[in-house]
Design a protein around this ligand. Structure first.
Ligand code: S3P
Length: 450
């Protein structure tokens, strides 16, 4: 699937105060896992609040190709799963489009099956490293029948007759790698162990337990997590209400902080502590964000966020916070562009292997729009201009290159709402992968984007 042919440039302009109440779509990580675990479990799974974005729909299509029944009834998705261990060999390649989470988790899920599965994706996904998932799968006995050099897609896997349980220490902070190994463990006899030195989002652990998996976590005295999963147990369908995605909420949130006079409320945002690094950082920068009505919904913390325009100050973001805000650095860099002084972000090595090299894409986009910043190997320093004076560009041909990356696209459109001159991006098409309602939601709050 090529998005390049359908590139849709977009421009954001200095806007007057944003106001109103909005709900962002369902969390992407939880939505992918809802389709996967529902498609695998015995019986019926019912999901409300699912993110109906291209990435998640790819996961749904893949699960259907392997025997799950998925149907939309009104606002609810109803799934009848195959039962653990009973996925079927798909007839053709599984096309994951732009979706790293969908493809990497599914490689874990089906890799240990005694069948052949081929994974393909768009230009962005085909350039991303898959060795991080293939390495533990190989240890479990999975054969990589085909792969593009550097363990890139297209990739064909063939599982063993009986997979071997392993103990795997995740070498980088990655919830996708952790999850892929745990999911491979679901179809493996015995106990598969994942050692996670740096905690990442824990949706796989929480949700698998909810579906009835025998999964336990022990944290040692150094804070290292040991996650144990017993294979070949029964999973049973669940009812899931997906909370709003904190990564998507980051866009209207930063917009309200940088557009003078703004006062908005974003309802029903997931507040899982492995996902709230951006909130904490923006509060440290002086952002007025009130956490209203905190509550628990379906095992997850959620809250409403009231956000008001704020005079931000630069801060140093500690590297150990990176896993809890890994997808939010592009939009944090935008907030930093309007802050007094320097914001220093460190520990960003994983940003280089996202939907694009996000570190380079952000630094180039900032420079193109007049922001003073320094890109390091794994760091970014941004020196802000309060009020956005002189920032942006009147040259529509000088569009920010988004490199098929939804978060780069949305971040720079947010930036243009507060810069003196407009900000243009080369392509808004990829926004549909995670936040199809973005344009409507933002213009509904008063943003000038077109
Ligand atoms: C995700 C994990 C993160 C994140 C991605 C979603 C997940 O990726 O960037 O958007 O749902 O497990 P990594 O595991 O590569 O850090």
């Amino acid at each position: 699937m090529s998005h390049a042919a359908a590139a849709k440039p977009a421009t954001a302009r200095k806007s007057s105060a944003l106001s109103g109440t909005a709900r962002v779509p369902g969390d992407k990580s939880i939505s992918h896992r809802s389709f996967m675990f529902g498609g695998l479990a015995s019986g019926e799974t019912r999901i409300t609040g699912l993110l109906v974005g291209e990435d998640v729909m790819r996961t749904g299509t893949a699960m259907k190709a392997m025997g799950a029944h998925i149907e939309k009834r009104g606002t609810e998705w109803v799934i009848r799963g195959t039962g653990n261990g009973a996925l079927l060999q798909p007839e053709g390649p599984l096309d994951f489009g732009n979706a790293g989470t969908g493809s990497r988790l599914t490689m874990g899920l089906v890799g240990t099956y005694d069948m052949e599965t081929t994974f393909i994706g768009d230009a962005s996904l085909s350039g991303r490293p898959m060795g991080r998932v293939l390495e533990p799968l190989r240890q479990m006995g999975v054969q990589v029948l085909k792969a593009t050099p550097g363990d890139r897609m297209p990739i064909t896997l063939r599982g063993p007759k009986h997979a071997a349980p392993i103990t795997y220490r995740v070498p980088m902070a990655s919830a996708q790698v952790k999850s892929a190994v745990l999911l491979a463990g679901l179809n493996t006899p015995g106990i598969t162990t994942v050692i996670e030195p740096v905690m990442t989002r824990d949706h796989t652990e929480k949700m698998l337990r909810g579906f009835g998996a025998n999964l336990s976590v022990e944290t040692d005295e150094r804070g290292v997590r040991h996650i144990f999963i017993e294979g070949q147990g029964k999973l049973t369908g669940q009812t899931i209400a997906v909370p709003g995605d904190p990564s998507s909420a980051g866009f209207p949130l930063v917009a309200a902080l940088i557009v003078p006079g703004s006062d908005i409320t974003i309802e029903n945002v997931l507040m899982n502590p492995t996902r709230t690094g951006l909130l904490l950082t923006l509060q440290e920068m002086g952002g007025q964000i009130d956490i209203l009505n905190p509550r628990n919904a379906g095992g997850e913390d959620v809250a409403d966020l009231r956000v008001r325009y704020s005079e931000l100050k630069g801060v140093t973001v500690p590297p150990e916070r990176a896993p809890s805000m890994i997808d939010e650095y592009p939009v944090l860099a935008v907030a930093a562009s309007f802050a007094e002084g320097e914001t220093l972000m460190q520990g960003l090595e994983e940003l280089r292997v996202k939907e694009s090299d996000r570190l380079a894409a952000v630094a180039n986009g900032l420079k193109l729009n007049g922001v003073d910043c320094t890109e390091g190997e794994a760091s970014l320093a941004v020196r802000g201009k309060p009020g956005g004076k002189g920032l942006g560009s009147n040259d529509r041909n000088a569009a920010v290159q988004t490199h098929l990356d939804h978060r780069i696209a949305m971040s720079f459109l947010v930036m243009g709402l507060a810069t003196e001159k407009p900000v243009t991006i080369d392509d808004a098409a990829m926004i549909a992968t995670s936040f199809p309602e973005f344009m409507g939601l933002m213009t509904g709050l008063g943003a000038e984007i077109g």
